[in-house]
Write a protein that binds this ligand. Sequence first.
Ligand code: NDP
Length: 455
Amino acid sequence: MTTPKDFDFFVIGAGSGGVRASRVAASSGAKVAVAESYRAGGTCVIRGCVPKKLLVYAAHFHEDFEDAAGYGWSVPQAEFSWPRLIEAKNREIARLEGIYENLLAKAGVNFMRGRARVVDAHTVEVEGKRHTARHILVATGGWPVKPDIPGAELGISSNEAFELTEMPRRVLMVGGGYIAVEFAGIFRGLGAEVTLSYRGSEILRGFDDDVRAHLRGQIEAKGIRVLLRNELTSIERHGGALRVRTSDVDISVDCDCVMFATGRMPNTAGLGLAEAGVALDENGAVIVDQYGQSSVPSIHAVGDVTHRVQLTPVAIREGQALANTLFNNRPTSVSHANIPSAVFSQPPIGTVGDSEEAAIQKYGRVEVYQAKFRPMKHTLSGRSEQTYMKLIVEPKSQKVVGVHMVGPDAPEIIQGIGIAVVAGLTKQQFDDTMAIHPTAAEEFVTMREKVLRGF
Ligand code: NDP
């Protein structure tokens, strides 16, 4: 007979995945505890997606004021206050944090503040106190990492970017992924001089090549200086500024802020997982099966700590699936295929399904439909920004296997289109759908000119 446990489910980390898993488990009658060392809500709510999107809105007003002139508005000289923005953002984040804590309390989840450590397969220690549980969930997320170069400690990560007391005037962004591109746009929109240094040949590795090139052109046109095949070699303090040397001997950059957006690694250090027999990969990620179970049957993991897909909605789904598996007698796995995603760059990207390159790898040949145009709004604003849209079709089945867009509202549009791609709809079914005019989205149902690729 097994000894009774303090809890049915002990969750470490009150972020997107942990909160969802604990609420679903508790609503199924499980006795649940959650330990959180920082703030309820996790990366997404406290220092990720949510505050980032608020900063993107803030940055966009710059262009909105300029564009208004083309529509007959006289806008007085606008002034921006970074401290006021950060204060307003902090208030909203505190409100959301409170909502998360309330949701947990209402669900009957025991919320513990403090750093947790796994002692063994059924025991967790929080601030010196031990608790036993039938199941343990590791939902500790990830943490930004910096390259190992002299002076790296002088640079910040996205964590600190949200808390800067002053808006930097000259920013060097390092990396070419989601965070680099998004924050480059934020700082540029708010008026900073921005240089983005990326080690590869084109930003946003893994995205469709046409999308990558198009977005780079757009952000360069907005004044972001993009250095490709460029790596930082050192950062030094020079008076009040930072001097950055790069792999290109001719390029050194003086700036006020170096921000590293060079990836995020699983948060497993000091958690006691390896000692408890949990298998970790070379990045420290918890290795799990399709149901979120680790090599120790009573220990599970969801979200960024598994280093598979680092996206909030995926962590939420994984948390929900795990709770259903463990407490609702419904083994559930989460498909990682066709996950729509967005980059909140300016203009933003929305994408679902395969890039052209991935589709050619999979299917050999693809049919491609594209559109590039000036958004209607800019006919009067005079802005030269261009929208790019692309459909990728598998020739035999005629299924639309990839849809990509760079342009205003792309994330909102692609969320809807994602349903069609997940449903496996064909190009003909897209074409059968009546357009909504005048919109940019209507291009997705009116594209007629086919280009063959990989043939
Ligand atoms: P990404 O993995 O997207 O990008 C990391 C970037 O840093 C890449 O360009 C990478 O280059 C570069 N890099 C990595 N290591 C080094 C190094 N040692 N020296 C120089 N450059 C390096 O990570 P982010 O930090 O941007 O974001 C983390 C994750 O969070 C994202 O992958 C995404 O899943 C998620 N996220 C999602 C958002 C959204 O949905 N809108 C927004 C923000 C984050 P290379 O390409 O050559 O490897």
